[in-house]
Design a protein around this ligand. Structure first.
Ligand code: ATP
Length: 211
């Protein structure tokens, strides 16, 4: 479904991706695990169109991905960035609406998000920055879903969260996948990411070293 072939990316002299290839198959969770600096965020940003790779091909349903980030979202690929990047001074609902800015039916998107995340519904008028880390991560994921994606890219959703909260987040990711959305999950937390994955790869210093 989403195929990455021989992807390379450098920040000046620092080669962050050294020929990365893998495929996310329809309906699966693919986890890519790797330590700090392995190249996980760079990989996600290249797929989402935020960085332009120097080499390689990214294709989606056998066609090359469009170049612009918004066209990639419109194709059905949405990213939940590392560090969440919610708007702290906007309400929960305003944050969600931001995630659906390209969507024709944001109301339906909101209803779906609230159906899945009851906590966000309760807090729809609360400023997002006043919520806990776990709730903010749920908001970031729900905002990604507002784009009505077929593939969801999740960049280290467990970052900075307590183990019990990480379990909640992983259950949510599983549920999203069971709803028919393919998931590419990159994580440092290998144990949790592998527990929910159908397939997995290990990224080390810009290369897939194990699959
Ligand atoms: P983390 O878990 O810390 O987010 P990561 O696996 O996501 O790590 P990347 O952020 O993709 O790794 O970084 C890969 C390599 O590229 C690292 O060596 C990093 O120092 C380098 N790098 C990342 N961003 C930049 C940048 N803006 N300028 C220069 N080098 C960068």
């Amino acid at each position: 479904m989403l195929k990455i072939e021989n992807l390379t990316f450098s920040y000046g002299k620092i080669q962050a991706l050294k020929g990365v290839s893998f495929e996310v198959k329809q309906g699966e969770i693919l986890s890519i695990v790797g330590a700090n600096g392995a190249g996980k965020s760079t990989l996600m940003k290249c797929i989402a169109g935020l960085l332009k790779p120097q080499g390689g091909v990214i294709s989606y349903n056998e066609e090359p991905l469009p170049k612009s980030a918004s066209a990639i979202v419109a194709k059905g690929i949405a990213m939940v960035p590392e560090g969440r990047w919610i708007f702290p001074n906007l309400t929960v609902e305003e944050n969600l609406l931001m995630g659906g800015y390209l969507s024709k039916n944001r109301k339906a998107g909101l209803e779906r998000a609230y159906g899945m995340f009851a906590r966000l519904k309760e807090r729809r008028n609360q400023r997002a920055g006043t919520m806990s880390g776990g709730e903010q991560q749920m908001l970031a994921i729900a905002r990604g879903l507002m784009a009505n994606p077929k593939v969801l890219l999740l960049d280290e959703p467990s970052l900075g969260l307590a183990p019990l909260i990480v379990n909640d987040i992983m259950s949510i990711i599983k549920r999203i996948n069971e709803d028919g959305i393919s998931v590419l999950l990159v994580e440092q937390n290998a144990r949790k990411a592998l527990a929910i994955a159908h397939h997995a790869c290990v990224l080390e210093q810009g290369r897939i070293v194990k699959r």
